[in-house]
Write a protein that binds this ligand. Structure first.
Ligand SMILES: Cc1cc2nc3c(=O)[nH]c(=O)nc-3n(C[C@H](O)[C@H](O)[C@H](O)COP(=O)(O)OP(=O)(O)OC[C@H]3O[C@@H](n4cnc5c(N)ncnc54)[C@H](O)[C@@H]3O)c2cc1C
Ligand SMILES: *[C@@H]1O[C@H](CO)[C@@H](O)[C@H](O)[C@H]1NC(C)=O
Ligand SMILES: *[C@@H]1O[C@H](CO)[C@@H](O)[C@H](O)[C@H]1NC(C)=O
Ligand SMILES: *[C@@H]1O[C@H](CO)[C@@H](O)[C@H](O)[C@H]1NC(C)=O
Ligand SMILES: *[C@@H]1O[C@H](CO)[C@@H](O)[C@H](O)[C@H]1NC(C)=O
Ligand SMILES: *[C@@H]1O[C@H](CO)[C@@H](O)[C@H](O)[C@H]1NC(C)=O
Ligand SMILES: *[C@@H]1O[C@H](CO)[C@@H](O)[C@H](O)[C@H]1NC(C)=O
Length: 566
């Protein structure tokens, strides 16, 4: 009945629907889109920090074409850094949709497409409140952009007002955090815009460690921690979300509040693992920190040649992947990449490990590999601090690898890998993906570390041995249709095989395929109903929307890109 009503009225007739039931959010061509005087008033409210979007690649299109600047953009476009420091820019090429990129013809006009119309360069709580209230009052889409890394297009939206949190970058140390019954120790308050490298460098200065990921310019407080957040400390300190003591937020009503396990406990629970851009705008978080100290590192590789044949190589991959449990239980995270010809372990972090400790950690792995005649060629290193370890193992790799990509992901349960037939099925699925032109990048870890409080992290994380992503770097030199064909293959062929090999597991919502079917269960598991209740309580009108975020299934874009309630 309601469906028919909507169909007959269509979105242009949103005004005919009783107030409170406005079906579609306005886009720039709509009569109810705010006028220049409305924007000017908002601008005055936010201290002149309102920015009308001009995509950075405007330099690559007439009438603003500038050959040299366009060349620089071409060279850097695939790297997140060129999108982190500008408002409204984002990394995901599928959602960029060639509306203004450096690779299309200079005669083609630069248009906004999926880029936000306006951004507020946020530097205070008041700016966030003003943005939230404006978006609600004018019925327009609101997005939150921190670094723009999101692989599922969650940090952008057509016709949106964007809260750009990049400059909320304060870092404060708390010697004794006293707000938590279960914790008495040092903590760090990180503003919403703090970057990974800023956080771990500041911690390093104080002889401390903070739980972050391995990409220096990903945000810590924004999408990363709210989505879960893994890194080299996962097998010893748990996920980033497991370490949060409090969230300072602005709600959909524009209220400025602090959510802890005691106060607004439901919001604390949801924000810790239930995904960003959904429940509130985060202003800052307080997270536990740990004393820094020695870290052992190791790397090695084996390939088809070492194994003797293709079949022997893939058999060795199975043996390798099934033998990682003891290393993860000993506190190590093993990062490796898999191609049709080689398996490269590019970084093993053995926290607080000495070189002899590393041998202990790798003992069972070494023995398992010896049984299939693969001598592990381990290079070991010792580091006085996390920063030193990071610079040795990750800095170069993560800086030089292009980050624009097609992505899928899967958590592989330990129970599957400990069963030889299960482990073979997983390898077979990875082999198919790799033969189809995708790289497999995995972390072996144990994310079931003791934690102070319950949270909304996907339960599949706790029983996983591997978190793997299936990646293809976006090639801007070939027709977009070919990249879309890879995207379709990923969704229709590759990921279903991997899912089939890992039944009833799930996917890390931050490193996932935006086309994931049944994403509610796959990304959020048994937590979904409770998360949805919390969403409905704190944001009943859907001020916050992001693709695959909790509650987003009640919204869809119409053929003009308007976000409409369905
Ligand atoms: C190259 C690369 C490397 C990565 N490495 C890792 C890794 O090592 N470990 C790991 O766990 N993940 C990793 N990720 C995934 C990463 O965690 C997600 O992309 C994450 O969403 C990035 O968050 P952001 O705030 O930096 O990015 P954005 O794209 O700016 O934001 C991501 C999402 O968070 C929301 N958001 C941002 N700020 C706020 C805020 N203040 N309040 C509310 N919502 C907000 C946005 O609306 C959006 O939905 C990586 C991703 C890439 C592309
Ligand atoms: C907002 O005001 C500032 C300062 O007056 C101005 O520079 C800027 O262009 C304005 N933004 C918009 C979108 O008009
Ligand atoms: C890309 O833009 C075209 C119009 O140019 C539109 O039809 C299509 O839906 C857009 N795709 C995405 C993913 O936004
Ligand atoms: C955003 O604000 C910061 C100060 O908080 C300023 O340094 C920066 O230049 C501003 N950026 C833009 C694009 O307006
Ligand atoms: C072992 O690794 C070192 C350094 O990477 C390399 O020089 C050497 O050739 C490798 N040996 C074997 C047997 O693979
Ligand atoms: C091992 O995995 C296979 C599927 O690959 C399954 O049929 C079998 O029941 C599993 N065995 C055990 C003991 O779990
Ligand atoms: C996680 O750890 C808890 C507490 O040690 C334990 O009860 C639970 O069984 C573990 N879960 C998994 C999946 O290993």
């Amino acid at each position: 009945m309601i469906g028919l009503f909507v169909f007959l009225l269509g979105c242009h007739w949103a005004w005919a629907i009783p107030s409170g039931y406005t079906k579609c959010k306005n886009i720039a061509s709509d009569p109810r889109w705010p006028g220049p005087e409305d924007w000017a008033r908002l601008n005055a409210t936010v201290d002149g920090r309102l920015i009308a979007t001009v995509p950075i690649a405007v330099d690559c299109h007439n009438p603003s074409y500038n050959h040299e600047q366009c060349q620089v953009l071409k060279d850097t476009w695939s790297f997140a850094d060129s999108h982190v420091h500008a408002p409204a820019e984002f990394l995901a090429p599928y959602f960029q949709n060639q509306s203004c990129d450096p690779f299309t013809n200079q005669d083609r006009p630069c248009v906004l497409g999926n880029y936000a119309e306006y951004s507020i360069n946020v530097s205070s709580i008041h700016h966030i409140q003003a943005g939230v209230q404006f978006a609600r009052a004018k019925n327009i889409r609101l997005t939150i952009k921190n670094t723009g890394h999101d692989l599922l297009g969650k940090s952008t939206g057509r016709g949106a007002l964007s809260l750009w949190t990049h400059h909320l970058n304060a870092i404060d140390f708390i010697e004794h955090y006293s707000g938590d019954d279960k914790y008495d120790g040092p903590a760090m308050r990180l503003g919403a815009g703090v970057l990974t490298s800023d956080a771990f460098e500041a911690a390093h200065e104080k002889g401390l460690r903070v739980v972050t990921g391995t990409c220096p310019n990903v945000g810590v407080t924004g999408g990363y921690t709210s989505g879960g957040g893994h890194g080299v400390f996962t097998s010893i300190y748990g996920l980033a979300a497991d370490n949060v003591l409090e969230w300072e937020v602005v709600t959909a009503d524009g209220d400025h509040i602090v959510a802890t396990p005691k106060t607004h406990a439901d919001l604390y629970w949801a924000l810790s693992g239930g995904g960003a851009g959904t429940f509130a705008v985060v202003v800052s978080m307080v997270t536990r920190v740990y004393s820094d100290g020695p870290i052992g590192g190791a790397s090695f590789m084996f390939d088809v040649e070492t194994a003797g044949s293709i079949e022997a190589y893939w058999n060795a991959v199975t043996v390798f992947q099934s033998a990682l449990g003891p290393a993860a239980d000993a506190g190590a995270v093993v990062s490796y990449a898999l191609t049709p010809t080689a398996l490269s372990v590019y970084g093993i972090a053995v926290v607080d490990g000495s070189p002899s400790g590393i041998q202990g950690v790798l003992e069972q792995l070494t023995a398992a590999m010896a049984s299939v005649k693969i001598p592990l060629n381990v290079t070991e290193t010792a580091h006085p601090s996390f920063l030193d370890f990071f610079n040795h193992y990750f800095l170069q790799a993560v800086t030089l690898t292009p980050q624009a990509q097609i992505t899928g992901g899967r958590l592989v349960p330990r129970s599957v890998m400990e069963n030889i037939s299960g482990a073979k099925t997983v390898t077979q699925a990875f082999r198919s993906a790799s033969d189809a032109g995708f790289s497999i990048v995995c972390n072996a870890l144990n994310a079931n570390q003791s934690r102070l409080h319950q949270n909304a992290v996907l339960p599949a994380w706790r029983s996983a041995l591997l978190h793997c992503i299936v990646v293809r770097t976006w090639d801007f030199s070939i027709p977009r249709t070919e990249m879309i064909a890879y995207q379709t293959t990923l969704t229709k062929v590759i990921m279903p095989q991997i899912e089939h090999a890992t039944p009833s597991s799930g996917v890390y919502l931050n490193e996932a395929n935006f086309e994931q079917p049944n994403w509610q269960t796959v990304f959020y598991g048994a937590n979904y109903p409770r998360l949805k209740d919390i969403k409905n309580k704190w944001d009943p009108l859907g001020v916050f929307y992001a693709q695959t975020a909790v509650g987003s299934e009640v919204w869809a874009e119409d053929r003009n890109g308007r976000l409409c309630m369905i």
